[in-house]
Design a protein around this ligand. Structure first.
Ligand SMILES: [Zn+2]
Length: 61
């Protein structure tokens, strides 16, 4: 679990497990972007996993 804090006012924005997060501080309006690159080793995407992926993953949002 990582704490996401505003880079400007240090307000605690969230606690989360993430690979990349973009969040706007509601207090000062600073747009914070953080990438968790050190926590876990990256899993390389294989061709097989892409074929077996669900085709409807993009629906919604
Ligand atoms: Zn802030």
């Amino acid at each position: 679990m990582n704490e996401i804090r505003c880079g400007h006012c240090q307000r605690l924005l969230a606690r989360a497990v993430f690979s990349k997060i973009e969040i706007k501080c509601p207090r000062c309006g600073t747009f914070n972007i953080q990438s968790a690159v050190s926590a876990m080793p990256e899993r390389p995407l294989s061709v097989e996993s892409m074929i077996n992926g669900k085709p409807n993953a993009r629906s919604g949002f």
